[in-house]
Design a protein around this ligand. Sequence first.
Ligand code: FAD
Length: 276
Amino acid sequence: LGQQIICNAEVTAVEMPDGNFKVLYTHNGKEKTLESQSLVITTGGLPIPKMGATDFALRFARNHQLNIIETAPALVPLTITGKDEDWYAHLSGNSVFCKVSNEKISFEENLLFTHWGLSGPAILQISSYWKPGEVFNLDLLPGKDISAIIETERKTNGKSLLSTIFNRLYPKKFTDALAKFLPIEKQVASLTKEELELIHKTIHLFKVKPAGDKGYDKAEVMRGGIDTNELSSKTLACKKIPNLYFGGECVDVTGWLGGYNFQWAWASGFVIAQNI
Ligand SMILES: Cc1cc2nc3c(=O)[nH]c(=O)nc-3n(C[C@H](O)[C@H](O)[C@H](O)COP(=O)(O)OP(=O)(O)OC[C@H]3O[C@@H](n4cnc5c(N)ncnc54)[C@H](O)[C@@H]3O)c2cc1C
């Protein structure tokens, strides 16, 4: 079909003389140009600069007065600092199934404790809906009721320690760590009403206030990007600049874990190719 693929080239600028596109790029140390009637920009988002990520698309859009939805790392581990830092770090390597939620969304997935905070699918998912300063909740026993489990134990074996119940539900190290908040070495029959309430709240409504995220070096995707309102929803053509298209991660379309970001990159490329 006569296409030419130029690898290992860096586009440094795009000019638009007479309604055409003039692409300036460096290749093998030489500065070159090529001209075209149409241009597709799919230079991705900001995650992992070491792997070649650049802000080219965002910069180009900004320079041409296209609206950009605020960008931030997404599908990214979160950090914990301050008084709780040691508690989380001590649990590094342990994983717990949970329901993570905030006022926008919830996910049932594993969370992973790390020496700097939290990771694992539950945390990567909620990170896309989290902003610095916000708190989210962990239900550490989704689909079950810790109060009902304790009540049954109180009736059948009141001398059981709370830690015995927790050890059936969690890794031992996590049970031990819960001693910071709960009387885990107490017999279940002797737990007071206040203690039972505290146990319920701690297990089903564990509050987490991350200090920040691990940034674009560790993020799997960028949220935000070129406003979809700037593009035709049918062709992904830019409404303000004829014959210009944007696709993939530089556009404000962000997927959950599970291949949806690849899917968007490929699907948007397909749509543009049908319409160019
Ligand atoms: C570690 C990691 C794991 C991931 N895992 C998954 C996953 O499991 N499932 C999933 O769906 N998504 C995943 N993603 C996200 C997914 O890879 C991206 O959303 C997708 O690749 C975006 O495609 P794209 O074509 O828009 O951009 P990219 O794949 O980023 O491609 C853009 C290309 O443009 C190049 N470029 C940038 N600026 C210039 C310039 N000025 N000149 C020339 N070239 C330039 C870049 O070097 C890059 O090669 C992951 C991302 C990361 C970082």
